[in-house]
Design a binder for this molecule. Sequence first.
Ligand SMILES: Nc1nc2c(ncn2[C@@H]2O[C@H](COP(=O)(O)OP(=O)(O)O)[C@@H](O)[C@H]2O)c(=O)[nH]1
Ligand SMILES: [Mg+2]
Length: 695
Amino acid sequence: MNTYEARNVRNVLLAGHGGAGKTTLLEAMLFASGRITRMGTVEDGTTVSDHDPDEQKRQISVSLAMAPVEWKGVKINVLDAPGTADFVGDLRMAVRAADAVIIVVSAVDGVEVQTEYAWELAVEEGLPRAIFVNKLDRERADFQATLDQLVATFGTQVAPFELPIGAEHAFEGVADLLHETADRYPSGPIAQESPWPEELHAVADPAREKLIEAVAESDDALIERYLEEGTLPEDDIVRGAKEGFARARLAPVIVGSAARAIGVDRLLDFIVEEFPSPLERPPIRVTGPNGDEERACDPDGPLTAYVFKTVSDPFVGHITMFRVFSGRMRPDSSVHDATQGADERIGQLFTLVGKEHEPVPEVPAGDIGAVAKLQHARTGDTLCTKDRPVQLPPIELPEPLLAYAIAPKTKGDEDKLATGLARLRDEDPSFRVARNEETHETVIYGMGEAHLGVQIERLQRKFGVAVDHRPAKIAYRETLRGKAKGHGRHVKQTGGHGQYAICDIEVEPLPRGEGFVFEDKIFGGAIPQQFIPSVEKGIVRTMAEGVISGNPMVDVKVTLVDGKFHSVDSSDMAFQIAGSLALKEAAEAAGVVLLEPIVRLSVVVPEQFTGDVMGDLNAKRGKIQGMEPIGGGKQRIDALVPQAEVARYVIDLRSMTGGRGAFTMTFSHYEEMPAHLAEKVIAEYRQAREEAQKR
Ligand SMILES: Nc1nc2c(ncn2[C@@H]2O[C@H](COP(=O)(O)OP(=O)(O)O)[C@@H](O)[C@H]2O)c(=O)[nH]1
Ligand SMILES: [Mg+2]
């Protein structure tokens, strides 16, 4: 692969709802450019981009992939992002590596959840956005309805630059509103151009008027001229369109069918002519030891590269994909990972064409490349020079929404599991791993069932460790209902070294959140000073284990009021045991209640789903705290809900709202659990304990 100067590079991200046709579009681009001689299909698992076995099995993209498309002397680095909510992590990280976004929309399904999410991400990142209306060859494809939805959802900056010629099975080409030409595809992906057919003027003329109006509205000087003259000269339209797009004030709509490679060559032309090169993007902001600074796209500037994806590869170990913003990445060199604070050895550089590696001599500013076998680099890291260490601002990722406890199927696989989990976590920042010492579980957190399902399969396929998984345990708490006394007697004196310890305690509940208080009210040396901490230790250990459900006991005051000791047989351990026995007896007398964690849920849904969501939250023992409109036809509902009821909320909300809802969940406080539900938790604990004892 040749090296391209930045002015001849385009970094383009394909984003949009799953199934809209992003992967097929990249396939069609590679086909139109002659890179591949035959198009693969998602159904056959033969596309360049969906090369991962998980993707071929599910026929969806689950991780970001890329391929360079060389077109008319320009290299277009096309990033193909997953389109399902479970895999937003990759999309979120990839946005920063791009200079413009193409939102792919199906003309059959219209604007969908992830269409809006992709648009919002591009707006947040200040990236120019174009829209490719795809699947116009499909039955029930409706360009006008899709366009109306796009304008209704994203505003009047959405402007058609093309119209389809023919519809559904008769879809045959594209009418260019800017240049007033018609392109048809009698054979292959390259258009045959002709003037507009007569019958097209009826729809194309008004559409062209609308386009001129949208271009005018994208620029103050142009709108003035437009209002004066009622139109704009050709040059102004073409220049205004390019600038309006580059300044993200105009979102051009391009049309086609990726599966039939119709309109794809035109899209490539549009990218080359209208999309900004890295030189036309604002400099990147970084933070260094001397504060913030800007770094422009200059191959002779200090190295600044951003790692937007890492992949574990069965053959070469680890692949790191990066975008260079300033300087050059050179092979056989040493760079500094400012995020990890570690040096990295850069070996052979290459560009990725799906899973294929194509060597490149270097990766200069503005371009995207890859390297294998880095030791420390993780997705989101900044690579730079050691003498001028800087970092790009961290990217905020949505909080993981689903938690599974996992354990290796085979005893002895713990190390393999730990290695695999660490690798998967390095690759995917939206995937979290934690060891819960309280429940003794290894817990993985992800964006949904598909996300965690894929990670579990990768553990098996890439790291050779099979795991069992189940919902992560809820961190319940125990506390006391009332006051009571407890007597702990541990006496074993049957010859030889005996054990002797007796203690008497009084227990009482404390207000929520007050923790544990131990008071020593021993008089007259009933228990020698050195054994009083032993009693407390025994009590604290038993509280940590819980007395009825295996969950820690909290918010309790224990007063040590009396006891007995033996000058020989009393010991630290004996009094620990006596303390523990006293607590168990007192707790039983006082009554133990289970506390459940309550979370604060903030759910955002389109208005039409408010009733269902509220009803569901009520059924989940939720307490609605408030509801307010937040614009865009959406409502935010705040509620306090028992965590146990919403452990799988990501799945429930998606099924209630067709994936149109989003939520955040944060721990709020503990509350007493209704007795009938507490009994279930206790029964489950007892059963699990019995089974564990049998094993
Ligand atoms: N008829 C038709 N089907 C398409 C077109 N583009 C994609 N598809 C099909 O739509 C499905 C989803 O495509 P895919 O490229 O995986 O979408 P992605 O999830 O956005 O990457 C696959 O079955 C494709 O074959 C198109 O232009 N026309
Ligand atoms: Mg895909």
